[in-house]
Design a binder for this molecule. Structure first.
Ligand code: TRH
Length: 382
């Protein structure tokens, strides 16, 4: 990398954990794999601490894995802003603070300024990726993650790739043991992780798992979806080992995990229910079948995004498997009948598992987002 060693990333936590989840992974990868001096500015350190318990929410400045983490206060003063970095990433159009913009303008050469966009599989993304927009007398470039070679690709760190490659059934069983209770798991059990908002179809689907022909072991980290489960209505009672067992359903509560442990959960399960952006990407790298609860947007805009993703994701599947995935994704996102859809999905499981492996391999061909980003920045530095 030429003379652009100092990078700054600004992250505003809109809600939940995806904004900081994506920014943190990018910051630590830029530091670990490219030797960059990265400062990550975060407005909500308490949310950060939920996925990285080492973070002390009360500190203005701290180091984590080689990244300088700074609290981004509501009013950033010029002295807090200091001098601007050579590369400035504004995550998800979070709008940089005025004092930092002034510091950027005061540099002898303007920084390379990028807006890291949200992930979408829609066609228009390719046409907008890397486009500049003149702002504040500087150029701001729009950098889009995505699923095709005309986009920035998806985030993937060497550290996670090698940890995942070393993961196997024995490691998974050992890792899951504290959560699945004292009884041996049924032989036909499908291990399913559950991370979602509050899908309307949730409780009827759980009811159908209780009476299903095969067992489901559902691993549920604490959060919005665990709070939406109607334990009483479903007749779910907790056993002394912590597991709720009823009919064919084993429901295993997990604490909220660190982000690295959450990755391990995804690698260990047969199917992952994920949401938002970061867990959705990680489930694809986990190379396991996934059900995506897309972040709901006004006027159903998210359903177009879901359709765009499914058009790509399902393109290579035979019709019955395609219909099974479509049925689950539609039902999960729009309150459909999941009892029937889940039966069809389970029947297609071997095909879906193979497809998830192939999909992961095809994504690998795109390179990873951080590498593509660094190359783009290099091309902009005279
Ligand atoms: O939390 P999300 O819904 O995040 C977001 C935000 O809502 C954001 O504003 C929105 O724009 C975006 O979605 C689309 O879902 P996501 O993106 O999957 O982020 C969750 C993060 O939390 C991810 O990094 C994994 C992590 N996580 C843990 O660290 N531990 C856990 O136990 C779980 C379940 C998740």
């Amino acid at each position: 990398m030429k003379a652009v060693k100092d990078w700054a990333i600004f992250c505003r936590v809109v809600d939940n954990y995806g904004d900081i989840g994506v920014c943190w992974r990018l910051a630590r990868q830029l530091s670990a794999e490219f030797g960059l001096n990265v400062t990550l500015w975060v407005d909500d350190l308490a949310s950060f601490a939920r996925i990285r318990p080492e973070i002390a929410p009360q500190l203005d400045t701290q180091m984590l894995e080689g990244v300088q983490v700074r609290h981004w206060p509501a009013e950033l003063s010029p002295s807090q802003a200091g001098s601007a970095a050579a590369v400035v990433i504004e995550a998800f159009a979070c709008e940089l603070p005025a004092a930092y913009l002034a510091a950027m303008r005061a540099r002898p050469t303007p920084p390379v300024w990028l807006n890291l966009e949200y992930l979408s599989a829609e066609d228009w993304v390719a046409g907008c990726h890397c486009l500049p927009s003149p702002q504040q007398g500087m150029a701001k470039y729009f950098f889009f993650p995505g699923f095709t070679a005309q986009t920035g690709g998806l985030p993937s760190e060497a550290q996670q790739r090698s940890a995942q490659a070393a993961w196997n059934d024995t490691a998974a069983r050992r890792w899951l043991a504290p959560y699945v209770g004292a009884q041996a798991l049924p032989d036909d059990a499908l291990l399913v992780s559950l991370f979602a908002y509050e899908p309307a179809a949730l409780n009827p689907w759980l009811a159908s798992l209780i009476t299903a022909p095969q067992a489901t072991v559902l691993l549920v980290p604490e959060g919005r979806v665990s709070a939406a489960i109607d334990y009483q209505g479903l007749g779910l009672e907790q056993h002394p080992d912590g597991v709720y067992r009823q009919g064919q359903l084993w429901l295993c509560p997990l604490p909220m995990l660190s982000q690295d442990d959450y990755d391990r959960l995804l690698w260990s399960c047969d199917v992952n229910f994920v949401r938002g952006e970061d867990s959705f990407v990680r489930a694809q790298w986990a190379a396991k079948p996934l059900i995506w609860h897309i972040y709901p947007q006004d006027e159903g805009a998210h359903l177009e995004k879901l359709a765009a993703f499914l058009a790509l994701y399902l393109a290579q599947l035979p019709p019955a498997a395609r219909a099974a995935v479509q049925g689950m994704m539609d039902g999960w996102n729009t309150d459909g009948d999941l009892a029937t859809a889940w039966g069809a999905y389970r029947a297609q499981y071997p095909t879906l598992a193979e497809h998830a492996r192939q999909w992961q391999q095809s994504l690998r061909q795109l390179g990873d987002l951080a590498t593509n980003l660094v190359r783009f920045v290099e091309s902009k530095v005279k």
